[in-house]
Design a protein around this ligand. Sequence first.
Ligand code: GUN
Length: 302
Amino acid sequence: MILDGNRIRDQIKAECRPRVEQVIARAGRPPGLAVVLVGNNPASEVYVRSKTKTAAELGMRGETLTPPASISTEELLEIVECLNARPEIDGILVQLPLPPQIDSQRILLAIAPEKDVDGFHPYNVGLLAIGREGPRPCTPAGVIQLLKRYDLPIAGKNAVVVGRSDIVGKPMALLLLQENATVTICHSKTRDLPGVCRAADILVAAIGRPAMVTADFIKPGAVVIDVGINKIEKRADAERIFEPERLADFDRRGSLLVGDVRPGDMARLASAYTPVPGGVGPLTIAMLMRNTIESAERRTAS
Ligand code: GUN
């Protein structure tokens, strides 16, 4: 079974629409999202445009601030403080990664926790860790939605998360734990990574390395969630990663996207899996919209 992220995204967006209307009816203004995009990272520019476009589509207010790559930590802190103080802004998202001169931890700490729609503020990370309600990081929250909406059971399953980033791996593991999975987190120092992964009923790949997870990592019948998005531009890499029938696509376009899992192996062995593109990717933005609406609902409740 192919887990269709676009379909679930559309469901979540449809659920958002009446909630936006309710906020407007009650508060006289739509939920407001501010995205801060520092510098000109092309991938970040694509993501951010998609975020503000989706906000507009749902009748929300979306604005993008684009300070130059040369901005200092102090100057960026001022921008965040200014957004914290604006009542019509319910959600603040500072797109990561930030340029090397910026102290990212200080920036995330400066975002008002009640406007932190990424769920990256240490206060909200704490709420997640102890299982209390609060904004959850969008990508892992989207994965949970995908599993639930396809009726794939989580409780009691062996879930293995490959990757321990603050954005995906760690929160993913905590969310799976909250759903009563038995959770293992793997990383670069894990011994016998393929063997550990082969014990997984639910395997989540969030490493950021193209097609690193191959057949020997996948238990036949496992549910495989591929969080990676990598662009393949060399033909030799394409030949190693893709099935022969995809190579014509590669030759025509000059590049192809691949996740962290080798697509042919995943399709052959998994009972259910997320394709790249069209799997986990679309859910991240849908969950960001939901987090922003929830923040607006809390902030405008009388
Ligand atoms: N960069 C990659 N993913 C994300 C995300 O979910 N939020 C932010 N702020 N930056 C990101």
